[in-house]
Design a protein around this ligand. Structure first.
Ligand code: G3P
Ligand code: MG
Length: 238
């Protein structure tokens, strides 16, 4: 059975990366969820994809990192999605972990581009440790230096290597990286049979992002992927 990830929670039903979006994904029986983390000005782990508020609240034009957690708790990111979510704010990683049952598999993506968050790796590991969540989780990032920092601090943790653009033999790059990579997370647009076969030969699981239609999902399953990230988890049931 594939391990499919509800991308940023159930983002078509509630504002992405918020508690309502994760509640919806859990209610619908998601086996796994993906979420993105960044740091507030006062170094709290905040769950958010964009490094700015602009897409969710045009009144705030700064970076997430320009605001303290107390300020972030006052910034509505729900109204842009729908009136019923007015007043919804970005959650902390702590708050999301509080609502995740232990059997729910997690992928936590460290967002380190374009802002490099100094110390985010240590804070992430401390938070996971406090929630007894160092297992049943993959830590991923497009920033592979961040993955190295995570590994150096906690060698046993599962790492996922994200690739946005097409690369020459990323499975060889991963194998030569010195990192204990569990899985490759490529942009799905260039994933073909060779990609999956070569990655598997190197011992990696493959989870392409972001797959939103049934036809492409079926194709990727035929190639042998281990699961996908999707904004439309309903495709998993078809
Ligand atoms: O982790 C998979 C996917 O979330 C990576 O891209 O930009 O949606 O965080 P993005
Ligand atoms: Mg992500």
């Amino acid at each position: 059975m594939p391990l499919n990830f509800a991308h940023r929670g159930s983002l078509t039903e509630a504002p992405e990366n918020t508690l309502p979006a994760f509640h919806k994904a859990i209610e619908h029986g998601a086996r796994a969820i993906e979420l993105d983390i960044q740091l507030s000005k006062d170094n709290h782990l905040v769950v958010a994809h964009d490094h700015k508020f602009a897409r969710f609240n045009k009144k705030f034009d700064g970076l997430i990192n320009d605001y303290t957690l107390e300020e972030i708790r006052q910034i509505d990111v729900g109204s842009a999605f729908g009136n019923e979510y007015a007043g919804t704010t970005l959650p902390t990683l702590d708050e999301v972990l509080d609502i995740c049952p232990p059997e729910l598999f997690l992928n936590i993506e460290i967002k380190n581009i374009p802002v490099i968050y100094d110390g985010i790796e240590r804070r992430l590991l401390n938070t996971l440790n406090a929630h007894n969540r160092l297992e049943n989780v993959i830590i991923s990032s497009f920033d592979h230096v961040a993955l190295k920092k995570v590994q150096d601090m906690h060698p046993g943790i599962d790492l996922g290597m994200l690739f946005y653009y097409r690369m020459l033999e990323p499975w060889i790059y991963a194998a030569n990286s010195g990192l204990n990579i569990r899985s490759l997370h490529p942009n799905h647009v260039y994933v073909d049979q060779t990609f999956v076969q070569e990655s598997k030969q190197q011992g990696y699981e493959v989870y392409p992002f972001t797959v939103n239609d049934t036809k492409r999902y079926d194709e990727l399953l035929q190639y042998g992927v281990d699961g996908v990230f999707s904004n439309e988890p309903v495709i998993f049931k078809k």
